[in-house]
Design a protein around this ligand. Structure first.
Ligand code: GLC
Ligand code: CA
Length: 516
Protein backbone atom coordinates (compact mmCIF):
# COMPACT_ATOMS: atom_id res chain seq x y z
CA UNK A 1 0.00 0.00 0.00
CA UNK A 2 1.48 3.31 -1.01
CA UNK A 3 0.99 6.33 1.15
CA UNK A 4 0.30 9.74 -0.32
CA UNK A 5 3.13 12.01 0.75
CA UNK A 6 2.09 15.07 2.72
CA UNK A 7 3.45 17.84 0.51
CA UNK A 8 5.53 19.48 3.19
CA UNK A 9 7.84 16.46 3.18
CA UNK A 10 9.09 17.43 -0.29
CA UNK A 11 11.48 19.95 1.20
CA UNK A 12 11.45 18.98 4.87
CA UNK A 13 14.68 19.18 6.86
CA UNK A 14 14.29 17.79 10.36
CA UNK A 15 15.98 18.74 13.59
CA UNK A 16 15.91 16.08 16.30
CA UNK A 17 15.48 17.36 19.84
CA UNK A 18 16.32 15.29 22.89
CA UNK A 19 14.13 17.41 25.19
CA UNK A 20 16.04 16.71 28.40
CA UNK A 21 19.15 18.36 27.01
CA UNK A 22 17.98 21.18 24.79
CA UNK A 23 17.07 24.26 26.81
CA UNK A 24 16.05 24.64 30.45
CA UNK A 25 13.93 27.70 31.26
CA UNK A 26 13.03 27.08 34.92
CA UNK A 27 16.48 26.28 36.29
CA UNK A 28 15.75 22.70 37.34
CA UNK A 29 18.65 21.40 35.25
CA UNK A 30 16.55 19.71 32.59
CA UNK A 31 15.17 20.96 29.27
CA UNK A 32 11.48 21.81 28.84
CA UNK A 33 8.82 22.72 26.24
CA UNK A 34 9.20 26.44 26.90
CA UNK A 35 12.89 25.99 26.18
CA UNK A 36 12.11 24.45 22.81
CA UNK A 37 9.64 27.24 22.00
CA UNK A 38 12.30 29.84 22.74
CA UNK A 39 14.71 28.19 20.32
CA UNK A 40 12.33 27.69 17.40
CA UNK A 41 13.72 30.78 15.70
CA UNK A 42 17.26 29.43 16.05
CA UNK A 43 16.23 26.17 14.38
CA UNK A 44 14.34 27.99 11.64
CA UNK A 45 17.29 30.27 10.99
CA UNK A 46 19.54 27.27 10.51
CA UNK A 47 17.11 26.23 7.78
CA UNK A 48 15.33 23.31 9.44
CA UNK A 49 11.56 23.38 9.04
CA UNK A 50 10.51 20.32 11.04
CA UNK A 51 11.17 18.75 14.43
CA UNK A 52 11.29 15.29 15.88
CA UNK A 53 11.05 15.37 19.67
CA UNK A 54 12.07 12.25 21.61
CA UNK A 55 9.38 10.79 23.92
CA UNK A 56 8.07 13.43 26.29
CA UNK A 57 5.37 11.43 28.06
CA UNK A 58 4.94 10.41 31.69
CA UNK A 59 7.58 7.84 32.48
CA UNK A 60 9.84 6.55 35.25
CA UNK A 61 12.66 7.23 32.75
CA UNK A 62 14.34 3.86 32.89
CA UNK A 63 15.05 4.33 29.18
CA UNK A 64 14.97 8.11 28.80
CA UNK A 65 11.20 8.10 28.28
CA UNK A 66 11.01 5.13 25.88
CA UNK A 67 9.33 3.45 28.84
CA UNK A 68 5.99 5.22 28.78
CA UNK A 69 3.70 5.18 31.84
CA UNK A 70 0.89 7.27 30.34
CA UNK A 71 0.55 7.82 26.61
CA UNK A 72 -1.91 10.68 27.07
CA UNK A 73 0.05 12.99 29.40
CA UNK A 74 3.39 14.66 29.02
CA UNK A 75 6.04 14.28 31.72
CA UNK A 76 5.67 17.14 34.23
CA UNK A 77 9.42 17.87 33.95
CA UNK A 78 8.76 19.27 30.45
CA UNK A 79 5.55 21.18 31.22
CA UNK A 80 1.89 20.40 30.61
CA UNK A 81 -0.15 19.09 27.69
CA UNK A 82 -1.18 22.72 27.18
CA UNK A 83 2.47 23.74 26.86
CA UNK A 84 3.02 21.10 24.22
CA UNK A 85 -0.05 22.32 22.40
CA UNK A 86 1.42 25.82 22.49
CA UNK A 87 4.67 24.43 21.09
CA UNK A 88 2.72 22.98 18.12
CA UNK A 89 1.05 26.34 17.53
CA UNK A 90 4.30 28.31 17.81
CA UNK A 91 5.98 25.92 15.37
CA UNK A 92 3.08 26.21 12.90
CA UNK A 93 3.27 29.98 13.02
CA UNK A 94 6.83 29.65 11.77
CA UNK A 95 5.78 27.17 9.06
CA UNK A 96 7.41 24.32 10.93
CA UNK A 97 6.02 20.84 11.59
CA UNK A 98 6.42 18.71 14.69
CA UNK A 99 6.70 14.93 15.00
CA UNK A 100 6.31 13.26 18.37
CA UNK A 101 7.94 9.94 19.19
CA UNK A 102 5.42 7.12 19.33
CA UNK A 103 6.42 4.00 21.25
CA UNK A 104 3.91 1.34 20.20
CA UNK A 105 5.86 -1.80 21.07
CA UNK A 106 6.08 -1.62 24.84
CA UNK A 107 5.34 0.38 27.95
CA UNK A 108 7.05 0.93 31.26
CA UNK A 109 6.51 -1.68 33.97
CA UNK A 110 4.87 1.16 35.85
CA UNK A 111 2.14 1.71 33.29
CA UNK A 112 -1.29 1.11 34.93
CA UNK A 113 -2.11 -1.30 32.08
CA UNK A 114 0.83 -3.46 33.07
CA UNK A 115 -0.11 -3.31 36.74
CA UNK A 116 -3.58 -4.58 35.83
CA UNK A 117 -2.10 -7.14 33.48
CA UNK A 118 0.03 -8.59 36.28
CA UNK A 119 -3.05 -9.48 38.34
CA UNK A 120 -4.04 -13.14 38.63
CA UNK A 121 -7.76 -12.37 38.06
CA UNK A 122 -8.77 -11.78 34.46
CA UNK A 123 -9.45 -8.12 33.58
CA UNK A 124 -9.49 -5.76 30.59
CA UNK A 125 -5.69 -5.68 30.48
CA UNK A 126 -4.94 -9.37 30.90
CA UNK A 127 -4.23 -9.69 27.17
CA UNK A 128 -2.75 -6.22 26.63
CA UNK A 129 0.78 -7.73 26.89
CA UNK A 130 2.39 -10.92 25.60
CA UNK A 131 2.20 -13.49 28.43
CA UNK A 132 2.85 -17.20 28.48
CA UNK A 133 0.43 -19.26 30.58
CA UNK A 134 2.94 -20.56 33.06
CA UNK A 135 5.69 -18.81 34.97
CA UNK A 136 7.90 -21.81 34.07
CA UNK A 137 7.50 -21.22 30.34
CA UNK A 138 9.48 -18.41 28.79
CA UNK A 139 8.39 -16.84 25.51
CA UNK A 140 10.84 -18.21 22.97
CA UNK A 141 13.26 -15.81 21.35
CA UNK A 142 12.29 -12.86 23.56
CA UNK A 143 13.50 -11.91 27.01
CA UNK A 144 10.89 -11.91 29.73
CA UNK A 145 9.74 -10.67 33.11
CA UNK A 146 8.58 -13.34 35.52
CA UNK A 147 8.05 -14.00 39.17
CA UNK A 148 7.12 -10.43 40.03
CA UNK A 149 3.37 -10.87 40.51
CA UNK A 150 0.72 -13.43 41.33
CA UNK A 151 -0.11 -13.98 37.67
CA UNK A 152 1.10 -17.42 36.60
CA UNK A 153 2.95 -16.53 33.44
CA UNK A 154 6.04 -14.89 31.94
CA UNK A 155 5.68 -11.59 30.12
CA UNK A 156 7.73 -10.95 26.98
CA UNK A 157 9.86 -7.83 26.90
CA UNK A 158 10.59 -5.71 23.84
CA UNK A 159 13.87 -4.03 24.78
CA UNK A 160 15.15 -3.50 28.33
CA UNK A 161 13.62 -5.77 30.96
CA UNK A 162 11.54 -2.84 32.27
CA UNK A 163 9.75 -2.63 28.89
CA UNK A 164 7.06 -5.34 28.63
CA UNK A 165 5.87 -6.04 25.09
CA UNK A 166 2.39 -4.91 24.13
CA UNK A 167 0.33 -7.63 22.52
CA UNK A 168 -0.42 -7.26 18.80
CA UNK A 169 -0.58 -11.02 18.36
CA UNK A 170 1.51 -13.66 16.58
CA UNK A 171 1.58 -14.16 12.84
CA UNK A 172 1.17 -17.92 13.13
CA UNK A 173 0.41 -18.91 16.70
CA UNK A 174 1.60 -22.43 17.55
CA UNK A 175 1.14 -22.51 21.32
CA UNK A 176 -2.07 -21.97 23.29
CA UNK A 177 -0.94 -18.67 24.89
CA UNK A 178 0.09 -17.16 21.55
CA UNK A 179 -2.82 -15.14 20.26
CA UNK A 180 -3.57 -14.49 16.60
CA UNK A 181 -3.54 -10.89 15.38
CA UNK A 182 -7.32 -10.78 15.23
CA UNK A 183 -7.94 -12.05 18.78
CA UNK A 184 -9.72 -9.56 21.08
CA UNK A 185 -6.57 -8.71 23.13
CA UNK A 186 -4.38 -7.73 20.15
CA UNK A 187 -7.31 -5.91 18.53
CA UNK A 188 -7.85 -3.85 21.69
CA UNK A 189 -4.16 -2.94 21.78
CA UNK A 190 -4.29 -1.74 18.18
CA UNK A 191 -7.47 0.31 18.79
CA UNK A 192 -5.77 1.93 21.77
CA UNK A 193 -2.79 2.82 19.57
CA UNK A 194 -5.15 4.58 17.15
CA UNK A 195 -6.65 6.49 20.07
CA UNK A 196 -3.23 7.65 21.20
CA UNK A 197 -2.45 8.88 17.69
CA UNK A 198 -5.85 10.57 17.42
CA UNK A 199 -5.28 12.33 20.72
CA UNK A 200 -2.00 14.03 19.75
CA UNK A 201 -2.87 14.62 16.09
CA UNK A 202 -6.06 16.38 17.15
CA UNK A 203 -3.99 18.57 19.45
CA UNK A 204 -1.84 19.81 16.57
CA UNK A 205 0.98 17.31 16.26
CA UNK A 206 1.94 16.71 12.61
CA UNK A 207 2.89 13.05 12.77
CA UNK A 208 5.14 10.53 14.44
CA UNK A 209 8.57 9.04 14.47
CA UNK A 210 7.72 5.45 15.36
CA UNK A 211 9.99 3.61 17.74
CA UNK A 212 10.96 0.01 16.81
CA UNK A 213 8.19 0.05 14.23
CA UNK A 214 9.09 -3.40 12.91
CA UNK A 215 8.77 -5.11 16.28
CA UNK A 216 5.02 -5.34 16.84
CA UNK A 217 3.73 -8.71 15.61
CA UNK A 218 5.61 -11.61 17.15
CA UNK A 219 7.21 -14.58 15.36
CA UNK A 220 6.89 -12.63 12.14
CA UNK A 221 10.16 -13.37 10.31
CA UNK A 222 9.36 -11.55 7.05
CA UNK A 223 7.33 -8.86 8.85
CA UNK A 224 4.19 -9.77 6.92
CA UNK A 225 2.03 -9.40 10.04
CA UNK A 226 3.61 -6.15 11.14
CA UNK A 227 3.27 -4.73 7.62
CA UNK A 228 -0.41 -5.67 7.61
CA UNK A 229 -0.86 -3.99 10.99
CA UNK A 230 0.69 -0.73 9.76
CA UNK A 231 -1.45 -0.88 6.64
CA UNK A 232 -4.47 -0.78 8.91
CA UNK A 233 -3.00 2.28 10.63
CA UNK A 234 -2.39 3.81 7.18
CA UNK A 235 -6.07 3.33 6.30
CA UNK A 236 -7.06 4.96 9.58
CA UNK A 237 -4.75 7.92 8.95
CA UNK A 238 -5.91 8.34 5.34
CA UNK A 239 -9.43 8.52 6.66
CA UNK A 240 -8.93 10.79 9.65
CA UNK A 241 -5.53 12.53 9.39
CA UNK A 242 -4.33 12.42 5.78
CA UNK A 243 -1.74 15.16 6.40
CA UNK A 244 0.03 13.31 9.22
CA UNK A 245 3.62 12.30 8.44
CA UNK A 246 5.02 8.97 9.53
CA UNK A 247 8.67 7.98 9.79
CA UNK A 248 9.74 4.59 11.05
CA UNK A 249 12.68 3.33 13.01
CA UNK A 250 12.74 0.14 10.99
CA UNK A 251 15.73 0.30 8.66
CA UNK A 252 14.15 -1.80 5.93
CA UNK A 253 12.36 0.64 3.64
CA UNK A 254 11.05 -2.11 1.38
CA UNK A 255 8.96 -3.26 4.35
CA UNK A 256 8.12 -0.05 6.19
CA UNK A 257 7.04 1.81 3.06
CA UNK A 258 4.78 -1.11 2.13
CA UNK A 259 3.28 -0.67 5.57
CA UNK A 260 2.32 2.87 4.59
CA UNK A 261 5.13 4.83 6.25
CA UNK A 262 6.24 7.87 4.28
CA UNK A 263 9.84 7.56 5.37
CA UNK A 264 12.23 5.11 6.95
CA UNK A 265 15.58 5.73 8.62
CA UNK A 266 18.90 4.30 7.71
CA UNK A 267 20.07 2.92 11.03
CA UNK A 268 23.41 2.34 12.68
CA UNK A 269 22.47 -1.33 13.04
CA UNK A 270 21.05 -3.73 10.48
CA UNK A 271 22.03 -4.12 6.86
CA UNK A 272 22.47 -0.51 5.64
CA UNK A 273 26.29 -0.05 5.82
CA UNK A 274 25.47 3.43 7.16
CA UNK A 275 28.32 3.04 9.65
CA UNK A 276 30.84 2.74 6.80
CA UNK A 277 30.29 6.45 6.21
CA UNK A 278 30.94 7.97 9.60
CA UNK A 279 31.25 5.39 12.35
CA UNK A 280 33.83 2.65 11.85
CA UNK A 281 37.61 2.27 12.02
CA UNK A 282 38.12 3.97 8.64
CA UNK A 283 35.03 6.02 7.85
CA UNK A 284 34.62 7.11 4.24
CA UNK A 285 34.27 10.71 5.40
CA UNK A 286 37.55 10.73 7.31
CA UNK A 287 40.33 12.77 5.72
CA UNK A 288 42.57 9.71 5.99
CA UNK A 289 40.78 8.61 2.86
CA UNK A 290 40.96 4.90 3.59
CA UNK A 291 37.24 4.26 3.69
CA UNK A 292 34.96 2.43 1.31
CA UNK A 293 31.60 3.79 0.24
CA UNK A 294 30.75 1.10 -2.28
CA UNK A 295 28.89 -1.33 -0.01
CA UNK A 296 26.78 1.52 1.35
CA UNK A 297 25.93 2.69 -2.16
CA UNK A 298 25.06 -0.80 -3.32
CA UNK A 299 22.70 -1.35 -0.38
CA UNK A 300 21.25 2.13 -0.73
CA UNK A 301 20.48 1.52 -4.40
CA UNK A 302 18.88 -1.82 -3.62
CA UNK A 303 16.54 -0.12 -1.15
CA UNK A 304 16.04 2.84 -3.45
CA UNK A 305 14.97 0.60 -6.34
CA UNK A 306 12.64 -1.38 -4.13
CA UNK A 307 11.06 1.69 -2.59
CA UNK A 308 11.21 4.21 -5.40
CA UNK A 309 8.34 6.63 -5.52
CA UNK A 310 6.74 4.95 -2.53
CA UNK A 311 8.56 6.94 0.09
CA UNK A 312 11.74 8.40 1.43
CA UNK A 313 14.90 6.94 2.89
CA UNK A 314 16.20 9.29 5.58
CA UNK A 315 19.86 9.54 6.52
CA UNK A 316 20.41 11.10 9.95
CA UNK A 317 23.54 13.01 10.99
CA UNK A 318 23.25 11.09 14.23
CA UNK A 319 20.69 10.43 16.92
CA UNK A 320 20.30 9.81 20.65
CA UNK A 321 21.37 6.16 20.22
CA UNK A 322 24.65 6.48 18.36
CA UNK A 323 27.98 8.21 18.86
CA UNK A 324 28.18 11.86 17.90
CA UNK A 325 29.40 12.33 14.34
CA UNK A 326 32.34 14.33 15.66
CA UNK A 327 33.64 11.34 17.60
CA UNK A 328 35.19 9.93 14.44
CA UNK A 329 35.53 12.91 12.09
CA UNK A 330 36.40 16.53 12.82
CA UNK A 331 37.04 19.92 11.27
CA UNK A 332 36.45 20.26 7.54
CA UNK A 333 35.48 16.57 7.38
CA UNK A 334 32.29 17.46 9.23
CA UNK A 335 31.43 20.12 6.67
CA UNK A 336 32.05 17.64 3.88
CA UNK A 337 29.86 15.04 5.62
CA UNK A 338 27.01 17.55 5.73
CA UNK A 339 27.49 18.33 2.04
CA UNK A 340 26.64 14.65 1.53
CA UNK A 341 23.79 14.47 4.07
CA UNK A 342 22.17 17.57 2.62
CA UNK A 343 22.39 16.51 -1.01
CA UNK A 344 20.93 13.02 -0.69
CA UNK A 345 17.29 12.15 -1.44
CA UNK A 346 14.85 11.73 1.43
CA UNK A 347 14.43 14.13 4.31
CA UNK A 348 17.68 14.91 6.18
CA UNK A 349 17.64 14.68 9.98
CA UNK A 350 20.08 16.80 11.98
CA UNK A 351 20.63 15.73 15.58
CA UNK A 352 20.67 18.75 17.93
CA UNK A 353 24.18 20.04 18.42
CA UNK A 354 25.58 18.27 15.35
CA UNK A 355 25.25 21.61 13.53
CA UNK A 356 27.96 23.02 15.78
CA UNK A 357 30.02 19.83 16.00
CA UNK A 358 29.15 19.01 19.60
CA UNK A 359 31.35 16.26 20.96
CA UNK A 360 30.66 12.84 22.32
CA UNK A 361 31.42 13.04 26.06
CA UNK A 362 33.76 10.20 26.98
CA UNK A 363 33.54 8.23 30.22
CA UNK A 364 30.49 9.70 31.87
CA UNK A 365 28.11 7.75 34.09
CA UNK A 366 24.97 6.40 32.49
CA UNK A 367 21.87 8.57 32.89
CA UNK A 368 18.34 7.15 32.61
CA UNK A 369 19.27 4.02 30.73
CA UNK A 370 21.59 5.79 28.33
CA UNK A 371 24.75 3.73 29.01
CA UNK A 372 27.24 4.48 26.21
CA UNK A 373 24.53 6.57 24.53
CA UNK A 374 24.72 9.11 27.37
CA UNK A 375 27.83 10.68 25.79
CA UNK A 376 25.74 11.77 22.80
CA UNK A 377 22.96 13.25 24.94
CA UNK A 378 24.75 16.02 26.83
CA UNK A 379 23.14 19.46 27.19
CA UNK A 380 23.24 21.80 24.21
CA UNK A 381 25.94 24.46 24.23
CA UNK A 382 24.31 27.76 23.40
CA UNK A 383 26.80 30.43 24.43
CA UNK A 384 29.61 31.35 26.79
CA UNK A 385 27.45 32.07 29.85
CA UNK A 386 26.95 29.71 32.81
CA UNK A 387 26.38 26.09 31.75
CA UNK A 388 26.83 27.22 28.16
CA UNK A 389 23.46 28.96 28.39
CA UNK A 390 21.61 25.65 28.76
CA UNK A 391 20.39 26.16 32.31
CA UNK A 392 20.65 28.49 35.28
CA UNK A 393 20.73 25.53 37.68
CA UNK A 394 23.87 24.75 39.67
CA UNK A 395 26.24 22.69 37.57
CA UNK A 396 25.78 19.53 39.67
CA UNK A 397 22.05 19.61 38.94
CA UNK A 398 22.36 19.39 35.16
CA UNK A 399 20.64 16.36 33.66
CA UNK A 400 23.87 15.13 32.10
CA UNK A 401 27.32 16.57 32.58
CA UNK A 402 28.29 18.96 29.81
CA UNK A 403 31.34 19.06 27.63
CA UNK A 404 33.67 20.90 30.00
CA UNK A 405 36.56 21.51 27.65
CA UNK A 406 37.66 25.12 27.26
CA UNK A 407 37.21 25.02 23.50
CA UNK A 408 33.75 23.47 23.49
CA UNK A 409 31.78 24.71 20.48
CA UNK A 410 28.79 26.96 21.11
CA UNK A 411 25.98 28.12 18.87
CA UNK A 412 26.71 31.79 19.60
CA UNK A 413 30.38 31.57 18.67
CA UNK A 414 29.63 29.66 15.48
CA UNK A 415 26.91 32.08 14.47
CA UNK A 416 29.44 34.88 14.77
CA UNK A 417 31.97 33.10 12.55
CA UNK A 418 31.26 32.90 8.81
CA UNK A 419 33.66 29.95 8.48
CA UNK A 420 31.97 27.78 11.09
CA UNK A 421 30.27 24.44 10.59
CA UNK A 422 26.99 26.14 11.51
CA UNK A 423 27.31 28.60 8.62
CA UNK A 424 28.41 25.90 6.18
CA UNK A 425 25.27 23.93 7.04
CA UNK A 426 23.13 27.03 6.59
CA UNK A 427 24.61 27.59 3.15
CA UNK A 428 24.11 23.96 2.19
CA UNK A 429 20.48 24.05 3.32
CA UNK A 430 19.83 27.27 1.45
CA UNK A 431 21.11 25.78 -1.82
CA UNK A 432 19.16 22.56 -1.28
CA UNK A 433 15.99 24.51 -0.60
CA UNK A 434 16.41 26.48 -3.84
CA UNK A 435 16.63 23.38 -6.09
CA UNK A 436 13.97 20.69 -6.27
CA UNK A 437 16.50 18.27 -7.80
CA UNK A 438 18.33 18.28 -4.46
CA UNK A 439 15.24 17.82 -2.31
CA UNK A 440 13.46 14.75 -0.95
CA UNK A 441 12.05 13.44 -4.19
CA UNK A 442 14.77 14.40 -6.67
CA UNK A 443 16.13 11.23 -8.28
CA UNK A 444 19.62 9.91 -7.68
CA UNK A 445 22.02 8.11 -9.98
CA UNK A 446 25.53 7.27 -8.82
CA UNK A 447 28.26 8.41 -11.21
CA UNK A 448 31.33 7.32 -9.26
CA UNK A 449 31.26 5.13 -6.14
CA UNK A 450 34.03 2.58 -6.56
CA UNK A 451 35.40 0.12 -4.08
CA UNK A 452 38.12 1.58 -1.84
CA UNK A 453 38.27 4.70 -3.99
CA UNK A 454 37.56 8.43 -3.86
CA UNK A 455 35.69 10.68 -4.69
CA UNK A 456 31.98 10.02 -4.50
CA UNK A 457 29.87 11.49 -7.29
CA UNK A 458 26.16 11.34 -8.01
CA UNK A 459 23.57 13.03 -10.12
CA UNK A 460 20.37 14.43 -8.63
CA UNK A 461 17.56 15.32 -10.96
CA UNK A 462 14.03 16.61 -11.17
CA UNK A 463 11.91 17.47 -14.21
CA UNK A 464 13.57 20.85 -14.59
CA UNK A 465 17.24 20.32 -13.77
CA UNK A 466 20.16 17.99 -13.13
CA UNK A 467 22.75 18.57 -10.45
CA UNK A 468 26.05 16.73 -10.18
CA UNK A 469 27.41 16.32 -6.66
CA UNK A 470 31.14 15.61 -6.29
CA UNK A 471 32.58 14.96 -2.84
CA UNK A 472 36.18 14.21 -1.91
CA UNK A 473 36.68 13.79 1.85
CA UNK A 474 40.26 12.49 1.39
CA UNK A 475 43.33 14.64 2.01
CA UNK A 476 44.70 13.93 -1.49
CA UNK A 477 43.74 14.96 -5.00
CA UNK A 478 41.77 12.35 -6.96
CA UNK A 479 40.20 12.17 -10.39
CA UNK A 480 37.54 10.27 -12.31
CA UNK A 481 36.04 10.09 -15.77
CA UNK A 482 32.83 12.05 -16.05
CA UNK A 483 30.64 12.65 -19.07
CA UNK A 484 28.52 15.31 -17.37
CA UNK A 485 29.81 18.77 -18.12
CA UNK A 486 29.39 21.33 -15.33
CA UNK A 487 27.51 24.46 -16.43
CA UNK A 488 27.22 26.32 -13.18
CA UNK A 489 28.78 25.86 -9.75
CA UNK A 490 25.92 26.00 -7.23
CA UNK A 491 27.95 25.17 -4.15
CA UNK A 492 31.63 24.84 -3.52
CA UNK A 493 33.76 23.88 -0.56
CA UNK A 494 37.54 24.08 -0.78
CA UNK A 495 39.56 24.49 -3.94
CA UNK A 496 38.06 24.44 -7.39
CA UNK A 497 37.15 21.13 -9.00
CA UNK A 498 38.29 21.16 -12.64
CA UNK A 499 36.76 19.31 -15.58
CA UNK A 500 38.78 18.80 -18.74
CA UNK A 501 38.39 16.29 -21.59
CA UNK A 502 35.96 14.22 -19.58
CA UNK A 503 38.24 13.98 -16.55
CA UNK A 504 37.32 15.63 -13.28
CA UNK A 505 40.19 16.53 -11.02
CA UNK A 506 39.10 16.86 -7.42
CA UNK A 507 41.49 18.47 -4.95
CA UNK A 508 41.84 17.22 -1.37
CA UNK A 509 38.83 17.82 0.91
CA UNK A 510 36.55 19.51 -1.60
CA UNK A 511 32.93 19.49 -2.61
CA UNK A 512 31.19 20.81 -5.68
CA UNK A 513 27.52 20.86 -6.62
CA UNK A 514 27.16 21.63 -10.33
CA UNK A 515 24.24 22.22 -12.64
CA UNK A 516 24.89 19.98 -15.67
C1 GLC B 1 14.69 2.83 20.00
C2 GLC B 1 15.08 4.14 20.63
C3 GLC B 1 15.98 3.87 21.80
C4 GLC B 1 15.23 3.05 22.81
C5 GLC B 1 14.64 1.78 22.19
C6 GLC B 1 13.58 1.15 23.06
O1 GLC B 1 15.77 2.16 19.45
O2 GLC B 1 15.65 4.99 19.68
O3 GLC B 1 16.47 5.04 22.37
O4 GLC B 1 16.05 2.71 23.88
O5 GLC B 1 14.03 2.02 20.94
O6 GLC B 1 12.41 1.90 23.04
CA1 CA C 1 13.42 22.77 33.07
Amino acid sequence: MEANQPQWLDNAIFYEIYPQSFNDTNADGIGDFQGIIEKLDYIRELGCNALWINPCFKSPFGDAGYDVADFYSVAPRYGTNEDLKRLFAEAHQRHMHVLLDLVPGHTSVEHPWFKESMKAERNDYTDRYVWTDSVWEEPQGMGCIRGISQRDGSCAINFFSNQPALNYGFLNPTLPWQQPMDAPGPRATLEELKNIMRFWLSMGCDGFRVDMAGSLVKHDPDSRGTIRLWQEIRAFLDEEFPAAAMVSEWGEPDKSLQGGFHMDFLLHFGPSHYNDLFRCAEPFFSQRGKGDVSAFVQKYLENYEKSQRKGLICIPSGNHDMDRLSRSIQGDSLKIAFAFLLSMPGAPFIYYGDEIGMRYIENIPSVEGGYNRTGSRSPMQWDSTVNAGFSAAPKEKLYIRQDESADRPTAAAQMADENSLYHEIRRLIAVRQAHTALQSKGKIEFVYAEKDAYPLAYLRSSDDERILVVINPADREVSFGCTHVPKENLYRFGEEIACKDGIMTVPAQTVGWFRV
